[in-house]
Design a protein around this ligand. Structure first.
Ligand code: FDA
Length: 308
């Protein structure tokens, strides 16, 4: 109920204005978001890399409505990729990209616009010496995103994609991407989806997650286990050992600001751990999805905006 309300609020312009213009919100947002500029992103990434972690930087923004916004987003990625290479961080820091920020849902030719833009980002990533992972948005975008992934992989075989275990279709998608040897970031899913396409109970979502993990671990794909769930983390560790995978043959991934002690614990135990670090101005929908994930985050947020 609370999750649904927060996910609905993530698309409300009125609530957005209230949250964005509350000066106290910044304190809470700062827990999940690295800052607004390239420097903020780089400083946070460098700090994490120095503590033994890897990073995926995501420039915040989604669901653009004007084609002119596409070039701005591409340029933001080109700048950060160039800066990563100059700072010697590209081996440990990749980028994550939302195709809706590149025009995927524009009425006129959106898919082609997004493919061309993603191609430019992949070219810049290749030059910098790093990789790109395509985020997954709501279920209506999955076919298009996987289509664009396959187009990009023809020239950039290291492009990865996200699959969401709450979607009923994901086991099939996972088997296909596993057979193709793709880098797959497996998460549970963060959007408001109808029951016709998504499992509703935590139990069903978790079972689907484990089935997908089994498929990925048994394949030539590179599994990226994106979860904070201790049970999923333990099962993934066991499956990786059963399949004889070394620490460079899969990785754990978590969000910046969520269970930071666990990031370090896993890294110190010898696992590869990557932290997803968002940065940029357009933090509202990302932030609301983080609140929706965990009621404790809402309490933390309310305490921060009502007390000094
Ligand atoms: P879940 O939310 O089910 O929590 C399970 C358990 O994990 C909790 O009971 C608790 O023990 C622990 N836990 C979770 N959050 C915690 C917290 N804040 N503090 C302490 N413990 C906590 N989604 C999407 O739809 N598209 C995408 O592209 C991505 N990309 C993405 C990248 C990466 C790197 C990550 C980690 C996640 C995503 N997601 C995503 C988000 C994902 O779908 C999901 O919403 C969140 O990861 C939360 O789900 P969990 O798997 O963590 O478990």
């Amino acid at each position: 109920m609370l999750r649904s309300s927060l996910l609905l609020a993530s698309r409300s312009a009125t609530i957005r204005r209230f949250v964005e213009h509350n000066p106290l919100t910044q304190r809470v947002v700062g827990r999940f978001v690295a800052g607004t500029g390239v420097d903020d992103a780089l400083n946070t990434a460098a700090e994490l890399v120095h503590s033994g972690l890897r990073v995926s930087l995501g420039h915040l923004g989604e669901d653009i409505t004007e084609v002119a916004q596409v070039s701005t987003t591409v340029q933001a990625y080109e700048s950060v990729l160039e800066a990563l290479a100059e700072a010697g961080l590209a081996a440990a820091v990749e980028v994550s990209v939302k195709l809706s920020a590149l025009g995927q849902s524009l009425r006129s030719d959106g898919e082609r616009v997004a493919t061309d833009a993603a191609y430019r980002i992949c070219r810049a990533a290749g030059t910098a010496g790093t990789t790109v992972t395509l985020d997954m948005e709501d279920h209506t975008t999955v076919d298009s995103t996987l289509g664009i992934l396959r187009t990009l992989r023809a020239d950039f075989p290291w492009v990865g994609a996200v699959l969401q275990s709450y979607l009923r279709r994901t086991e099939t998608d996972c088997a296909e991407l596993a057979a193709e040897g793709t880098r797959v970031r497996l998460c549970k899913g963060a959007y408001q989806e109808p029951e016709s396409v998504a499992f509703r109970s935590k139990n069903a979502v978790d079972h689907s997650y484990v089935r997908c993990l089994r498929t990925l671990m048994a394949s030539s794909a590179y599994p990226m286990i994106a979860t904070h769930d201790p049970r999923m983390i333990a099962i993934a560790g066991t499956l990786a050992a059963e399949h004889g995978r070394g620490p460079d043959e899969y990785e754990f991934q978590m969000l910046h600001g969520v269970r930071p002690d666990e990031h370090l614990r896993l890294a110190r135990a010898g696992h590869t751990v990557r932290v997803y670090v968002p940065y940029g101005d357009d933090w509202y929908p990302y932030f609301m999805r983080r609140l929706a994930e965990r009621p404790a985050n809402v309490g933390f947020f309310l305490r921060s905006v009502t007390t000094r």
